[in-house]
Ligand binder design. Structure first.
Ligand SMILES: NC(=O)C1=CN([C@@H]2O[C@H](COP(=O)(O)OP(=O)(O)OC[C@H]3O[C@@H](n4cnc5c(N)ncnc54)[C@H](O)[C@@H]3O)[C@@H](O)[C@H]2O)C=CC1
Ligand SMILES: O=C(O)[C@@H]1CCC=N1
Length: 273
């Protein structure tokens, strides 16, 4: 288990779906709830329950008497600019700010909060079960120990990759940040196709869900690459081959995925503000 003691006091700004998923993962991994301060005027009910159950400090505005070790900014990009100046007082000489806000550039973040060590990162919600992946980029003020600390924090909820080129984060957002939604939609679409093929509702849902769960777990545990795993399902001239002729055809999944990822990356660039 990662030692997260150096990450406190940790101020989490925005304890919604992403901030909450990371927090749940950190608590699972031993983060001391007494070292956590949550700033959120309206957390979702399940988060409010977790805050109460674990005795975390919950405020609706930044406290004036605290210097944070880590500030995690997990509010919507559209409210980040308004929130950042109010967080400046929490920044001390050792503080590192970690933003998960889609689109918000390091330059824009620093313009809001003032001179600070800042990491722009893109996690995803499987962080909640310790199976996220986060890609991060640091500004020039981030020290090596701060990078080690942020890596420990992010690694507590999944895999971590650092990039030197900030522009890559828009494509990262489009692939892994938003990606879980594409997979969940695949479950919805597979279930719907099953219903249209005559399966009862509950069975169609159960089959689609279990198939994606199982395929994901196989991918996780297997040393084989996805193409080989796919080929292992595909008998020559069998049922899978018939389906893949559609999915891998000219109007199949690849052009749709290309368009979806391009749209998400474009939106990430727009969200810079
Ligand atoms: N949901 C996801 O899968 C991912 C989200 N992100 C990023 O995470 C950020 C948050 O997104 P979600 O968690 O999905 O949104 P959300 O709406 O679930 O959570 C945002 C939280 O911020 C709180 N909030 C609003 N105004 C605030 C303020 N002035 N001060 C403090 N807290 C305030 C809200 O009450 C809410 O609990 C966004 O910037 C998004 O781009 C990044 C990766 C994945
Ligand atoms: O949809 C969004 O904008 C955020 C960023 C990645 C996932 N959710």
């Amino acid at each position: 288990m990662t030692d997260l003691r150096a990450a406190t006091p940790l101020v989490l700004v925005g304890a919604g779906k992403m901030g909450g998923a990371m927090l749940a993962g950190w608590l699972e991994n031993g983060l001391d709830p007494k070292g956590v301060v949550l700033i959120d005027p309206g957390p979702p009910p399940e988060m409010a329950a977790l805050i109460a159950a674990r005795g975390m400090t919950h405020v609706t505005a930044p406290p004036s008497d605290l210097k944070a070790a880590v500030i995690v900014l997990a509010v919507k990009p559209q409210v980040a600019d308004a929130v950042l100046p109010g967080l400046a007082g929490l920044v001390g000489p050792g503080t590192v700010v970690v933003s998960v806000a889609a689109g918000k550039t390091l330059e824009r973040l620093e313009a809001g909060i003032g001179p600070a060590a800042i990491v722009r990162s893109m996690p995803n919600t499987p962080a909640q079960v310790g199976r996220g992946i986060t890609v991060a980029v640091a500004n020039s003020r981030v020290t090596t120990p701060q990078k080690v600390l942020v890596t420990a924090l992010l690694a507590a909820v999944g895999k971590v990759e650092w990039v030197a080129e900030e522009a890559l984060i828009d494509a990262v957002t489009a692939v892994s940040g938003s990606g879980p939604a594409y997979v969940f939609h695949l479950v919805e679409a597979l279930a719907e196709a099953g219903r249209r093929a005559g399966l009862p509702d509950a069975l169609a849902e159960k089959l689609a869900r279990a198939t994606v769960e199982g395929a994901g777990e196989l991918l996780y545990q297997s040393p084989l690459d996805p193409a080989t795993l796919r080929k292992n399902v595909t008998s020559p001239n069998g049922t899978t081959a018939a389906a893949l002729a559609v999915l891998m055809g000219e109007t199949g999944l690849q052009p749709i995925m290309d368009a979806a990822v391009a749209a998400a990356a474009r939106r990430s660039r727009e969200l810079a503000g």
